[in-house]
Design a protein around this ligand. Structure first.
Ligand SMILES: Cc1cc2nc3c(=O)[nH]c(=O)nc-3n(C[C@H](O)[C@H](O)[C@H](O)COP(=O)(O)O)c2cc1C
Length: 227
């Protein structure tokens, strides 16, 4: 990308934020992870530039910072702005969490409110051998960024159990939980989680059309001693 290309894309991020506001959105998350453009600037693996946009950490971070500034300038102060980062590339010579903590601090300085901590996505289709997938395997990154950069974080990836998610929040490892595939499996997951965590007396969180019936069924089952 030339300097003009970069300026055009940064401005386009700002314009997109303005349109998002006009369209009624209340939160923006910039996808700066998983090999998308902002990550390509951040990571020393694809970023081989020798100008002010590559090389040192400050230079590689410049594009993300400029994007954050452009978006924040076009996004109401009261509306949350999040960035999804790949906290580590899981590859030698790539981004490590210490660098991500610094990036989170820089983004916070631009008015970013939350870091969504994912990982990986650079280096081709093959999964890096350092990346060991397990339930909540990316949570430690959300916890570290939260603690060391003093910014709210979102935990994401291989999370599906409501009690486990609640424990993570209560333990201060993250401020929010993001789910993708579990929501495909069960679009009512948040409502079911509220039931499981005894946070929704009488199905009050449900749309009234279905909540009223579910509450009636629950009472009947209780009465019959089936539940
Ligand atoms: C329908 C769908 C589309 C997705 N699209 C992308 C994508 O375009 N790029 C990407 O990096 N990840 C994509 N993901 C991965 C998500 O970003 C998410 O981080 C990942 O699924 C881990 O969360 P989960 O275990 O709750 O599903 C997608 C996931 C789903 C379910």
């Amino acid at each position: 990308m030339s300097e003009d290309d970069i300026a055009r894309v940064v401005a386009a991020f700002g314009a997109a934020a303005r349109r998002a506001k006009e369209a009624g959105f209340k939160i923006i998350e910039i996808y700066a992870a998983h090999g998308f453009l902002v990550h390509q600037f951040l990571s020393p693996i694809p970023n081989k530039r020798s100008d002010k946009w590559g090389g040192s950490v400050e230079n590689r971070r410049r594009f993300a910072v400029e994007v954050a500034r452009a978006v924040r300038a076009n996004w109401p102060e009261a509306y949350p702005l999040a960035f999804r980062l790949s906290a580590t590339d899981w590859l030698d010579g790539g981004i490590e969490v210490e660098e991500t903590i610094e990036t989170a601090r820089a983004l916070k300085g631009e008015g970013v409110d939350m870091i969504d901590c994912s990982t990986g996505g650079i280096g081709g289709k093959q999964r890096p051998h350092r990346m060991k997938i397990a339930q909540g395997f990316q949570v430690p990154f959300a916890a570290q960024v939260r603690e060391k950069a003093d910014i709210a974080t979102m935990a994401v990836g291989f999370l599906w159990d409501a009690k486990h998610c609640e424990e993570l929040l209560l333990a201060g490892k993250a401020d929010m939980i993001a789910l993708a595939r579990e929501i495909l499996d069960d679009p009512n997951w948040p409502l079911h989680a509220a039931q499981e965590l005894s946070a929704d007396e009488g199905h009050a969180m449900w749309p009234v059309e279905s909540g009223w019936w579910l509450m009636k069924r629950e009472r009947l089952l209780d009465k019959l001693g089936i539940r």
